[in-house]
Write a protein that binds this ligand. Structure first.
Ligand code: PFF
Length: 431
């Protein structure tokens, strides 16, 4: 059967933005900025995106388009034994997906609670079995989309949801900026503390956040690249990266003005999205409507990211084992739900934890932090060192000095910062 292709460059860009823009932009980015030097954090963050994230995005797209297949078979075609590295990436992305769907379910529940005007306290919510139902619902939405194919499913979903997301975000920014706490909130969010830039931990946080947010190093863009025609890779990857940074920065302009308007603690870390912000919505005028819109936007972001993750194992099964799409999707969906189940149960009465850490937190650390970096390393080493230079050049528009600089970044720069981020994340996690 002929390989599916995106219906247009715009469709591909929207699907890639859908993958990149997720919970990481709207929930994670604002609190990480708050914790790591405010406006000054943007310096390491932009360096990470521009010089390391973006080149890796382009490499993934180049591998995908050049080999015309998904991650396991693409790696196998570079060297037989690299199929195992492809398998590791597929495993990591499936494991991330498991707990990502759990959080997507929380978001969906919150959107619904606010729409009904009845927000629930977070601890009571995740302590109940209600999140299981939303986990299943969100999982089904992801499944149905991927089952429908590249054009009819993934691309179409992003065509609808990404414009909705941007409109909601802009609307919320305008409203948040007119709230009484806006100036104070923005002061907290963006006033730079440059002294923090000497702290290596800030740089590690910036790199970790950039790779997570861009969805890079997970074989997603590689798989998406295998459905590409003749588009210019740099330009399109740059559009996706800019959109990703923009959504993250704008999300902070919604979150902090609202938190300050409600007089709440802005340094709530991971609690920001599900405890502080909902509390803020109950304090401010039209809070229920705004809360519903905020969580609806977050749900759109999360759903399109989860869909892109499920496509990786699905395409791998199709390409490596010849499964038809429908059967492949069903199998990987079932696997991802099973892998996510311990995370979904981790805060319930069953209290699933390992050495005192809830399973979901552990999954985020082991797969979403460490696993993600290891996968990025595999992509950069296999692609940068073992795919021939001329083959990469062919994908990125010739072999001039720009490409020489690019290859140096891919071969040395990207693996080096990924290694440093890996070591740093180990110490941060265990320390
Ligand atoms: N980029 C997505 C976000 O920012 O929420 C999350 C993500 C998707 C991470 C895919 C990793 C991944 F492989």
């Amino acid at each position: 059967m002929e390989r599916e292709q995106w219906s247009s460059t715009l469709g591909f860009i929207l699907a890639s933005i859908g993958s990149a823009v997720g919970i990481g932009n709207i929930w994670r980015f604002p609190y990480i900025v708050g914790e790591n030097g405010g406006g000054a954090f943007l310096i390491p963050y932009l360096i990470a995106v521009l010089f390391f994230g973006l080149p890796l995005m382009v490499l993934e797209l180049a591998i995908g388009r050049s080999t015309g297949t998904s991650v396991i078979s693409a790696f196998r075609s570079i060297r037989q034994r690299f199929a195992a590295a492809g398998l590791v990436i597929v495993a990591v992305v499936s494991l991330i997906l498991g707990y990502y769907i759990v959080i997507t379910g929380w978001v969906l529940a919150y959107a619904l609670f606010f729409a009904l005007g009845q927000p629930i306290e977070f601890d009571a919510f995740i302590g109940s079995y209600l999140p299981l139902a939303f986990f299943l619902l969100s999982g089904l939405a992801v499944y149905v989309t991927v089952r429908s194919g590249v054009r009819e499913g993934i691309e179409r979903l992003s065509r609808y949801l990404i414009p909705v997301l941007f409109v909601l975000l802009l609307l919320l920014v305008v409203i948040a900026l007119t709230e009484p706490g806006a100036a104070e909130g923005i002061g907290f969010y963006l006033s730079p503390d440059f002294s923090r830039l000497t702290d290596p931990g800030v740089w590690i946080a910036a790199f970790g956040q950039a790779f997570f947010s861009l969805s890079v190093g997970m074989g997603i863009l590689l798989t998406f690249g295998s459905y590409l025609g003749k588009e210019g890779l740099f330009r399109n990857a740059a559009i996706v990266a800019v959109a990703d940074v923009l959504v993250a920065v704008l999300a902070g302009l919604v979150v902090f003005p609202l938190v300050f308007t409600a007089g709440l603690d802005p340094a709530a870390g991971v609690n920001l999205a599900f405890i502080t912000l909902p509390a803020a919505f109950t304090e401010i005028q039209y809070g229920m409507v705004l809360g519903a819109l905020f969580f609806l936007m977050l749900f759109a972001a999360a759903l399109t990211s989860a869909v892109s993750m499920l496509e990786v194992p699905t395409a791998a099964l199709m390409d490596s084992y010849g499964y038809p799409r429908k059967r492949a999707t069903l199998l990987v969906f079932a696997a991802a739900m099973l892998l996510g189940l311990p995370s979904a149960l981790s805060y319930t009465a069953l209290n699933l934890e390992v050495l005192g850490t809830p399973f979901l937190d552990l999954a985020d650390y082991a797969f979403g932090t460490i696993g993600l970096i290891v996968a990025g390393l595999l992509v950069s080493v296999v692609g940068g060192w073992f795919m021939s230079r001329s083959r990469i050049c062919k994908e990125i528009g010739g072999c001039g000095w720009q490409q020489t600089v690019y290859m140096a970044l891919i071969r040395y720069g990207v693996p080096a910062v990924l290694l440093i981020t890996l070591v740093g994340s180990f110490f941060r996690g265990s320390g």
